[in-house]
Design a protein around this ligand. Structure first.
Ligand SMILES: Nc1ncnc2c1ncn2[C@@H]1O[C@H](COP(=O)(O)OP(=O)(O)OP(=O)(O)O)[C@@H](O)[C@H]1O
Ligand SMILES: [Mg+2]
Length: 259
């Protein structure tokens, strides 16, 4: 089982779109996947067709009240499992700070899930994908402490290089809490190949961070923006759209890294 956090402190760069569609594309390749929403916005939850306001248990109950992850799992019609989030998670990082091991709550919950699955002969997940909020709050730190690798969605705009340098430093610092933490890959999102600046920045990223850049560029594609309104990953909404094919290619790259 590999735990992958989708993170970037910058907002609106395609974290949730990547989390949902990478999950669905991995599931379409017959991988067992659990998507965990760690953002009070609950976008990943509603994007998979789960009603975030109807959830009886969310990740907030797991972190705050010690409910087991297994009990909070719901299954998405798109062929994978989800642990949802909603407003109950807002302000949670302040509350959590008073707990001992506040940065390890999620890691411990994951370990308990693995044990429980082994004890009940439930097949383990191949991948656990975590959608993080656009900040380095205690929830994101909990994700990064539990994770094996981070995928960073990044838009090819003027500050991308600086942003990535900052993020690498942050992740470097967090290896104190999690020695296994590393950048699994950077995925260029909302990419418009007709835009000269985007092409230039993409080439710069390649030159400086080539070894951690995924080859797949996720294009700016209207189907990717429409799909969440239908509560569907794009593969279930418009399987052959450019956006859908891009996320399927990304999933293949991610699987290849696991081999
Ligand atoms: N490749 C794409 N093509 C078109 N629209 C996209 C694409 N990726 C994301 N979007 C749209 O851009 C907006 C922001 O994307 P998304 O919610 O995935 O970003 P985010 O990084 O998760 O945001 P936040 O930081 O608020 O959590 C959404 O409206 C989404 O539908
Ligand atoms: Mg998001």
């Amino acid at each position: 089982m590999e735990i992958i956090a989708i993170a970037n402190q910058k907002g609106g760069v395609g974290k949730t779109t990547t989390a949902v569609n990478l999950t669905a594309s991995l599931a379409a390749k017959r991988k067992r996947v659990l998507l965990i929403d760690l953002d009070p916005q609950g976008n990943a939850t509603s994007g998979t067709g789960v009603d975030k306001n109807e959830l009886s248990l969310t990740i907030a109950d797991v972190l705050l009240d010690g409910v087991s992850l297994a009990d909070a799992i719901v299954s998405s019609p798109a062929g994978f499992d989800v642990i949802g989030a909603n407003r109950d998670l807002a302000g949670m990082d302040i509350t959590l700070m008073n707990k001992t091991d506040s940065h390890e709550l999620f890691k411990n919950a994951m370990a308990a899930l693995v044990e429980q699955q082994a004890a009940t002969n439930t097949p383990a997940y191949d991948y656990v994908i975590i959608d993080c909020a656009p900040s380095l709050n205690l929830l994101t730190i909990n994700a990064l402490v539990a994770t094996d690798g981070v995928i960073i969605p990044m838009q090819c705009e003027y500050y991308a290089l600086e942003g990535l340098a900052d993020l690498s430093q942050t992740i470097e610092r967090l290896t104190e809490l999690n020695p296994n933490l590393y950048i699994r890959g950077v995925v260029r999102t909302l990419y418009d190949a007709r835009n000269t600046l985007a092409r230039d920045v993409s080439a710069e990223l390649e030159a400086h961070f080539g070894d951690i850049m995924y080859k797949t560029h996720i294009p700016r594609n209207i189907r990717l923006a429409e799909a969440p309104a239908h509560g569907l990953p794009v593969i279930a909404y418009e399987r052959w759209s450019k956006g859908s094919r891009a996320y399927q290619k990304l999933a293949a790259e991610v699987i290849k890294q696991s081999a």
